[in-house]
Design a protein around this ligand. Sequence first.
Ligand code: HXC
Ligand code: NAP
Length: 302
Amino acid sequence: MAELSMDDLMFRPGLMRGQRVLITGGGTGLGKVMAEACLMLGADVYIWGRRGGVVEDAAKELMDAHGGKCVGRACDIRVPEAIHDAMDEIWADGGALTGLVNNAAGNFISRTEDLSPRGFDAIANIVFRGSFFVTLDAGKRWLEEGKPASVVSILTTWVWHGGPFTVPSAMSKAGLNVMTQSLAVEWGNRGVRFNAIAPGPFPTEGMSARLNPTGQGANEAPKDPMTPLNRNGEMRELANLAVYLLDPGSAYVNGQTIAIDGGGHLRGGGFSRLAEWGDAEWEQARNAIRSANEKDRAQRTV
Ligand code: HXC
Ligand code: NAP
């Protein structure tokens, strides 16, 4: 089902006319809603995923709802040759991309000691290696042709504070964070800029099935205690940020990773639960601290 209407978007109609955007993993979840926003604003949109039927159906559904051009194609980003062939098709279909969203990912919660090497690879091969292969294939073309482009990678806030029980994902996303910073500098003066988005919880089918499999995880709507705003993200909020970073209107923004998590990652450390305290708890705490201070003071000799 299409998710957005023009009222959800912050931008004028036609903003992205003439732009050509590839979104990996664009057949579902956050990738699909970013594809939808770009399509609605006039871009030609390409979406890849391993399940050909899913991306083809999504492309059709989005075009039925909004018109425009959206092409769904099976492509496994773990395979550099498959990426190269699919990228050839895009270039042959209308020229250079102007934007790339590295969105495809794999993830599941697991105690790290329970992971097998293949379990680690299942995630790292998609997120860490696959996203790099896609970026490299498109990047070589942009540099050779002297074409400008904007690359946006979808990370997680775990790149700043770690991701216990999701270590392969957190490690892989952290690698992409460093890729963003590195290539922003290396390729920036040739017109290819790099930014990233670190979303907090945006419940999607793919995410919920792997990170909240019993329905009792920390990401449940509507009141996630890790989110100061006491709510999950809304799809349109993510879509607006992605459009902003893809569009030349943000051309001076380069090498940045922007959290869209209601400030969740800033709560970090051990005190975040204190947000749940009321007046009684604070009064009790203040009294306890005062009495500890008084006891210490009574022992002072100077
Ligand atoms: C431990 C597991 C496991 C689990 C799989 N494995 N699931 N190990 N716990 N829950 C191990 C398997 O045992 C196997 O190792 C190896 O991983 C490969 O498993 P396959 O099922 O063959 O993998 P594959 O078919 O390649 O599928 C990849 C996948 C799958 C990553 C495992 O989940 C997938 O396709 N995901 C795509 C979509 C997705 O994950 N979306 C969520 C994104 S949400 P052995 O040794 O046994 O052979 C997200 C949110 C972040 O990132 C932030 C939220 C706030
Ligand atoms: P999702 O719907 O499961 O999206 C993942 C997509 O990646 C799927 O469409 C999947 O399609 C595709 N994919 C996986 N492996 C691939 C491969 N080898 N080649 C090509 N495509 C592949 O989950 P989501 O929640 O929308 O997540 C989207 C992105 O947001 C991910 O990067 C995720 O880490 C990030 N994120 C999500 C949240 C959240 O709360 N939802 C929070 C933070 C970050 P196929 O299975 O058909 O290949």
